[in-house]
Design a protein around this ligand. Structure first.
Ligand SMILES: [Zn+2]
Length: 210
């Protein structure tokens, strides 16, 4: 079956999509990434797109999802914004991916050493940044309750910030909660480590259907 086709996507399960990301990150970390032929990928996807996952991640230049999950053109919807925060336009983009295109897995991906999180911790107030950084503050409060060690605290915010975004998505979108409760999509929270290239898939709400 052609990889980039409606049939291929329809036959994938949420748990299989999860495995594709886990295996892709393993190849990336081991420096065994697939040799992507860019021109071939353009030809393969010229008639349409059937990405198996939609990933909300940070704009950080070190966290490009196609690279860290060893995927090619047409494989992933990538929504990127500083601090992987959620707003209504992002919810709409997620809803489009899972309902209208049929992506089977929704991932919120944070990362260590996040500049947006550091800015929020410092209480930066400047232009439009103030409003965005405010959205990260609940994650800082939550992390403060869990960790006292400053170093651990820094990474903990990356995790609590992903948890908060997941909660906002689940509580903010009837379309997503409907597909999720029917087992049609999986939902995953993960944090990318900029020091070693590994993704920690710490929260997996994907239904166990093979
Ligand atoms: Zn970041």
């Amino acid at each position: 079956m052609k990889k980039h086709s409606k049939e291929y996507l329809a036959n994938l399960t949420p748990s299989k999509c999860y495995e594709l990301l886990v295996e892709g990150n393993k190849r990336f970390v081991e420096n065994l990434s697939t040799n992507h032929d860019h021109l071939e990928m353009v030809n393969e996807t010229r008639e349409g797109q059937y990405p198996f996952a939609v990933i909300l991640s940070c704009m950080d230049s070190r966290t490009s999802v196609e690279l860290i999950f060893d995927q090619g053109l047409g494989d992933l919807f990538s929504i990127r914004i500083a601090g992987n925060i959620v707003n209504n336009d992002i919810l709409a983009s997620l809803e489009y991916a899972v309902k209208y295109v049929g992506s089977k897995l929704l991932v919120v991906l944070g990362h260590t050493e996040c500049g947006a999180i550091n800015g929020a911790k410092k209480g930066v107030k400047d232009g439009h940044l103030s409003e965005l950084l405010n959205k990260i503050k609940p994650a800082i409060t939550k992390a403060m309750l869990e960790k006292e060690d400053a170093r651990l605290f820094s990474d903990t915010v990356a995790y609590t910030n992903v948890e908060n975004s997941l909660e906002e998505i689940i509580s903010g979108s009837d379309i997503i909660i409907d597909l999720f409760s029917k087992g049609e999509i999986g939902v995953v929270g993960a944090v990318y480590n900029v020091s070693n290239g590994k993704v920690d898939f710490f929260k997996n709400l994907t239904p166990k259907i093979k």
